[in-house]
Design a protein around this ligand. Structure first.
Ligand code: ZN
Length: 383
C-alpha cells in the first residue's frame, strides 16, 4: 500500500500543481500574443496500455474531452514549410506531434531537433514513406519502421527524445505490422479527422473541411502535413477558428520513468460519439403491463441484461391468446387464405384495416409482444 502510494505521489503532486498554478502554456501566458489559443493541457499516454488510437484506423482514440483537439503533422521536415509551421505554433504556444519520415530527418536533421526543442512530440512515419505500405512484406515493413526510427534518433541525437509513436504512411496498417509495433512498445497512431491538405485544394477549403469534421465529432486527432504551402497558409486560420469556436489544444507525450500516464478509464478511449449508453430493446407495448412481466421488481442491471427480442420475419401463431390455433407453414397458409394475396397494408392504410389474423400474417399483431404478454398472463394464472 505504501509502495503504491509512493508511486502515486508524483502524480498527485502534479494534479495538485495543475489546480494551483494551471497549465504552463494556457493562452493568457503566451508571451507577446494575448489572443493565442495556447495548449490547454498535456496528457501522458502509455503505449503498452492503449497501443492503437485514431478512429480512421482503430476502434479507440485518445481520451480527449469534448472540444479537445490534438494537432499532428506528417511527412516532414521540409524547409521552408516546417520551419514556418514551427514559427506559427510557437507564436500561438501550441504543442503538436510531428510524424517524421526517416529520409527527411537525414536531409534536415536541424529541423527535427528544433521541433523537439520547442516542446513538440516527435514520432516517426517510416523511412521512405512507401505509399503502398500494405503491400510490403513483413520484413520490408519492419525495416521501414526501424530505419525511420534510427534516422530520426540520429537527427535528435538522443533516443529518449523520440516518442514511441508511429503512423503508417497512407494509413497502410496491417495486422502483422500492428503486432510488430505492439511487441516493440510503440503506439500506432491513426487520426480522427483528415483535412485533405495533401489534395490540390485551396487553403480555405482545408480550413472548411478541418472545422466541419472537428465540429461534427466534437474534436479529435487532426491530420495535417508540414510539407505543403497550402497547409502553412491554412494553419493560422485553423487556430483562430478553433479558438473562436471554443476548441482547446491538447499536447500528447509518452510515459517516462518519472512521468506516469494520465489517469483514465478504459471507456475514455472510446470516441466520444460512441460513448453513449445503449438502451436495452424492450418493446413499449411490453412495458404497458409491468407487473405482469415483473419488470417493476427488476433492478436496473437486470433490465439491462434482458435479451432483446429478435425481429420476427415469419410470424407464427405461437403465443396467441387462443392457443388452440395451430401455426401453419407459410406456403400452406398462403394457399389457404385469400387474404394472403392482399397488397401490403403498411403505412397509412394500415390504420383503416383490421389486423389480418391468418397464420403467416401475424406481424400485424407484433407476435413477440403477444408472446411476452401471454407468458406473463400464464405466470399470473399459475400464481
Ligand atoms: Zn504521410
Amino acid at each position: 500500500m505504501i509502495i503504491k502510494l509512493k508511486r502515486q505521489l508524483p502524480l498527485l503532486a502534479s494534479i495538485l500543481a495543475s489546480f494551483a498554478f494551471g497549465s504552463p502554456a494556457i493562452a493568457s501566458e503566451c508571451a507577446g500574443n494575448p489572443s493565442a489559443i495556447g495548449t490547454s493541457r498535456t496528457i501522458v499516454v502509455d503505449p503498452r496500455a492503449h497501443g492503437r488510437i485514431g478512429t480512421m484506423s482503430y476502434p479507440e482514440t485518445l481520451p480527449l474531452r469534448d472540444k479537445e483537439v490534438v494537432l499532428t503533422f506528417d511527412d516532414g521536415p521540409l524547409p521552408p514549410y516546417t520551419s514556418k509551421i514551427l514559427d506559427i505554433l510557437k507564436s500561438e504556444c501550441v504543442h503538436a506531434t510531428f510524424f517524421i519520415v526517416g529520409s527527411m530527418a537525414k536531409a534536415y536533421p536541424a529541423l527535427v531537433r528544433r521541433a523537439y526543442e520547442e516542446g513538440h512530440t516527435i514520432g516517426t512515419h517510416s523511412m521512405s514513406h512507401p505509399l503502398a505500405f500494405r503491400k510490403l512484406t513483413e520484413e520490408q515493413a519492419k525495416a521501414q519502421i526501424e530505419d525511420g526510427i534510427t534516422a530520426t534518433v540520429q537527427a535528435l541525437g538522443d533516443p529518449s527524445h523520440l516518442a514511441p509513436f508511429f503512423r503508417f504512411p497512407g494509413f497502410g496498417r496491417t495486422n502483422a505490422a500492428d503486432e510488430y509495433l505492439a511487441s516493440r512498445g510503440i503506439m500506432a497512431w491513426g487520426a480522427d479527422e483528415p483535412a485533405d491538405d495533401w489534395k490540390k485544394i485551396s487553403s480555405d477549403e482545408i480550413v472548411r473541411r478541418a472545422m466541419r469534421r472537428l465540429e461534427s465529432k466534437g474534436g479529435g486527432v487532426l491530420l495535417l502535413h508540414d510539407i505543403h504551402a497550402r497547409t502553412l497558409a491554412a494553419l493560422p486560420t485553423i487556430l483562430k477558428e478553433l479558438k473562436a469556436r471554443g476548441f482547446r489544444i491538447v499536447h500528447v507525450v509518452p510515459t517516462h520513468a518519472d512521468r506516469p500516464a494520465t489517469v483514465t478509464a478504459d471507456a475514455d478511449w472510446l470516441p466520444r460519439w460512441r460513448r453513449r449508453y445503449v438502451q436495452p430493446a424492450i418493446p413499449i407495448a411490453a412495458v404497458l403491463d409491468p407487473d405482469g412481466l415483473v419488470l417493476a421488481k427488476k433492478s436496473a442491471d437486470a433490465l439491462c441484461a434482458l435479451t432483446p427480442v429478435p425481429r420476427v420475419k415469419q410470424a407464427s401463431a405461437e403465443g396467441r391468446r387462443k392457443p388452440a390455433v395451430q401455426a401453419k407453414p407459410a406456403a400452406q397458409a398462403k394457399a389457404a387464405s385469400p387474404a394472403a394475396d392482399r397488397p401490403s397494408t403498411h403505412g397509412k392504410a394500415r390504420s383503416h384495416e383490421p389486423p389480418i389474423s391468418v397464420a403467416g400474417h401475424g406481424h400485424h399483431r407484433r407476435p413477440h409482444v403477444e408472446r411476452i404478454r401471454a407468458e406473463a398472463l400464464g405466470k399470473r394464472a399459475m400464481q
